[in-house]
Each structure stands twice: as structure tokens, then as C-alpha cells.
Write a protein that binds this ligand. Structure first.
Ligand SMILES: Cc1cc2nc3c(=O)[nH]c(=O)nc-3n(C[C@H](O)[C@H](O)[C@H](O)COP(=O)(O)OP(=O)(O)OC[C@H]3O[C@@H](n4cnc5c(N)ncnc54)[C@H](O)[C@@H]3O)c2cc1C
Length: 392
């Protein structure tokens, strides 16, 4: 097993650092809020700047307009952007959607959507959860009914992150009630603004808006916008969720490292670092973040080699999200009475970043599969334990 980056990957890291030096982040207007995962806020201008450099499509096959760079280039880009606190919010979702389109998208999706992703113009929200279907996603009620060369989608999605600022939704639907339980589902790439789609914001604990509910009232979608064959959406979703947990959390270790550095600087600047207990907590956190990085590098090696990563990504996601919560609690303790002050408050310490991290981190062990459900994955897939207690 090898965790080091190659000379070419290190040279690419230098290139990204140079880009970040030449393009101060405050030059990029923000369009959507940072949900605290470490990918920063959503900035269309920043995504377009990445697109102009060919960095969004760099790992795609040449036949799809890419440069066929090794997958680790994406890790390098994520690390550098997260360490800098850049606003690359939509990037993980764009990469995942592009991979799915390259693997099993229709000609139309490849022709229309892929180039827009490469330019940084197309970004995505995931329409999976519903009011009565979260962990048990197969309980979903949203239906897509075939009508000649279209499907007509009717249903209600909730918690769809960034739906109001993305350009397309990945809408997971039921296309058959007769098929075996997992075979009756299909995924669609639905452009925002399609008639019948109503996207409404949900205000979060921080006062900001990251999540939306989406009402789909007979939304007509051409057949060519279905992602994969009819009825096979569930398998595609399962494959996607593993990589979602990987790509959607990989950058958390460098992002948390950046926050830890800010806390250390603050502790030194204010004299709080004289406290031995605080020093021990900060040092323990540094060790946890180092372990978190290694967990993700190991999953990255398996992903690169095409090996299954269900167990590894479950472990890494649980650890990433719980470590993020722990770091935010440490930050709140360190800042004391100033901790709850929000970004924008003139008395806020560390730019109010910690209170935002603390409040947003609470949802991270729910999003993308709850920590409880993922512990079952670890128990069953990793340890060979039974999913349900055996009857005596
Ligand atoms: C920050 C955030 C972002 C999100 N973004 C999106 C998004 O972009 N798109 C989207 O579609 N959804 C999104 N979601 C929704 C998320 O996927 C669901 O909230 C999650 O799957 C849990 O579903 P639920 O809320 O219905 O809770 P439930 O599934 O009802 O779970 C309730 C509780 O029961 C526990 N539980 C449920 N089943 C089991 C089990 N089998 N074993 C043990 N415990 C169990 C859960 O762990 C939880 O504690 C987001 C959620 C959050 C918090």
C-alpha cells in the first residue's frame, strides 16, 4: 500500500497552489451557503474558473473531452482547495454525476450535460429523501410514469441540499410497483425550471439556507434524461452512495486541519495555549485528523483499483463526521463566551467560523446515511455480524 503522491501529482499540487495565490478567493462571488462539510460555499464563478483550467474534466477519458489523468489528481485538487478554504461546494456532485453519465448515460446526456459540467456550469442536487423515506429509501412514493417519449414525475422530495442554486436535480423515482422491491426504481437528470417543479427553501439552525424541499407536480422529462436503464436506478444509487460517501467526505480531513490550525493560532495569540488541558485536546485532535486522512487514502487506493469500498467508506464517513463534531465542540470550548457569535458579528472570533461549524456539523452524521445505519454496514459487511439479532 502506498500513500504518497507521485511527482506528477505533486507538480499538480504546486499548480493549484499557484492558481490560488494568483486568484484571491474574495474575487469569487458566492451564490450559496457553506453547509459546513469543508467544501466552502457555492460559487459559480469559482466553478467556472476550475472549468477553464480543465480541472473538472481532467480525469475523464479523452473520448469524453478529458485528459485521462489518474484519479489521484482529483484528491490533490480537493486537498489544496480544502486547505485554502476555497468555495468549491458543487465539485464532488459534479464529478459523481459526470462519472455516472460516462458509465451509463444516454447520448443526449453525454452531449448536453457533460460539456456543461466540464465548464463548471452544470451543478446538481440529489433528490433522494422524502418525508417518509430516508434511511429506508425504498419506501419512496415519487413516481415516474411513462407517457410516449417522456416520463411524468409526481412526488415530493425533502432535504435536497442546494436544490435552489444548482442547475439540475438527480431525481430518484419509482417506475414500477410490480417489479421486485429493488428493481422498480429509476433515476432522472431533471433541469431546474422544468414546468411543474417547485423548489422551496428550508431555513437551517444557522439561519442560512442549504436545504430545500421540492414538489414535482407532473414534471415531464424526456426519456433520454433517464440515467441508466429503467428499473436499475437502485443499483446505480447504491454504487453512487459509496462514492458519494468517499468524494463527499474526502476533503473533510484537510478542511478540518485548516480549522484546527486556526484554533491553534487563536490559542497562541490569546495565551489560551498556556492551559495544559487545552494543549492536550488540540494535540489529540491533530492525531485524529492524521488518522482520518489515512483512512481516506486507504479507501482511495481501493477505489482506484476498482475494489469494493462499502465498508471502508462507511468507517471513514462515520469517523469524519464524528471527528468534525468533536473539533467543533473543542472550538466552542476554546472560544468560550465568544463562541456563539456568528460570521459577520464584529466581536466574533475566528470569523464566527466555529459556531457555523458547530451548528452545521450536527446534521453531518445524518446526511448521506446516518451514523447508526452505517454502523450496521460496518457490523455486517466488515465484521460479519448478523444484521438483525438472532431469535433465541
Ligand atoms: C445536512 C443534511 C443534508 C442532506 N442532504 C440531502 C440531499 O442532498 N438529498 C437527499 O435526498 N437527502 C438529503 N438529506 C436527507 C438524509 O439523507 C436523511 O435525513 C437520512 O437518510 C435519514 O433519513 P430520515 O431523516 O428520514 O431519518 P430516518 O430514516 O427516519 O431515521 C430516524 C432515526 O432512526 C434511525 N434509524 C433508521 N433506520 C435505522 C436502522 N435500520 N437501524 C438503526 N437506526 C435506524 C436513524 O439513524 C435516525 O437516528 C440530508 C440530511 C441532512 C441532515
Amino acid at each position: 500500500m502506498e500513500f504518497g503522491f507521485s511527482a506528477a501529482e505533486q507538480a499538480f499540487a504546486d499548480e493549484v497552489r499557484a492558481f490560488l495565490r494568483d486568484n484571491p478567493l474574495d474575487r469569487f462571488p458566492l451564490d450559496g451557503m457553506d453547509a459546513g462539510y469543508g467544501s466552502g460555499a457555492h460559487s459559480r464563478a469559482f466553478m467556472k474558473a476550475l472549468g477553464e483550467r480543465g480541472w473538472i474534466s481532467m480525469c475523464w477519458p479523452e473520448s469524453f473531452g478529458g485528459r485521462a489523468e489518474p484519479m489521484f489528481f482529483k484528491l490533490v485538487l480537493f486537498e489544496e482547495l480544502a486547505l485554502a478554504g476555497a468555495p468549491f461546494g458543487p465539485l464532488a456532485g459534479s464529478w459523481q454525476t459526470a462519472d455516472a453519465i460516462i458509465d451509463y448515460g444516454t447520448e443526449r446526456l453525454r452531449r448536453e450535460v457533460l460539456p456543461a459540467i466540464a465548464r463548471g456550469e452544470a451543478t446538481f442536487w440529489q433528490g433522494y429523501s422524502e418525508p417518509d423515506a430516508g434511511s429506508d429509501l425504498l419506501a419512496l412514493k415519487t413516481e415516474a410514469r411513462r407517457d410516449d417519449d417522456h416520463y411524468v414525475i409526481r412526488g415530493h422530495k425533502i432535504w435536497s441540499s442546494h436544490a435552489g442554486i444548482a442547475t439540475h436535480g438527480l431525481v430518484f423515482t419509482r417506475t414500477s410497483r410490480e417489479a421486485r422491491r429493488s428493481r422498480g426504481f429509476s433515476m432522472f437528470v431533471v433541469p431546474n425550471g422544468t414546468p411543474g417543479m417547485d423548489i422551496r427553501p428550508i431555513r437551517s439552525l444557522t439561519g442560512g439556507v442549504y436545504h430545500y424541499e421540492v414538489f414535482l407536480d407532473d414534471v415531464r422529462v424526456p426519456v433520454e434524461l433517464m440515467l441508466g436503464p429503467e428499473g436499475e436506478g437502485f443499483q446505480a444509487l447504491l454504487n453512487g452512495l459509496d462514492s458519494d460517501r468517499f468524494w463527499g467526505r474526502f476533503y473533510k480531513a484537510p478542511a478540518l486541519e485548516r480549522v484546527l490550525r486556526r484554533l491553534v493560532d487563536h490559542a497562541n495569540a490569546t495565551g489560551a495555549s498556556a492551559d495544559a488541558g487545552l494543549r492536550r485536546r488540540l494535540a489529540a485532535m491533530a492525531a485524529e485528523l492524521a488518522a482520518l486522512r489515512v483512512l481516506f487514502y486507504r479507501a482511495a487506493c481501493l477505489l482506484r483499483d476498482g475494489a469494493p469500498i462499502t465498508y471502508e467508506t462507511a468507517v471513514a464517513k462515520i469517523y469524519a463526521d464524528e471527528t468534525g463534531q468533536k473539533l467543533a465542540r473543542l472550538g466552542m470550548d476554546l472560544l468560550g463566551p465568544w463562541a456563539p457569535l456568528r460570521p459577520g458579528s464584529h466581536e466574533a472570533r475566528v470569523d464566527g467560523e466555529i459556531s457555523h461549524a458547530y451548528l452545521t456539523s450536527l446534521g453531518h452524521t445524518i446526511a448521506g446515511g446516518t451514523a447508526e445505519v452505517l454502523r450496521t454496514t460496518v457490523a455486517v459487511r466488515g465484521l460479519g455480524l448478523p444484521a438483525e439479532p438472532r431469535k433465541a
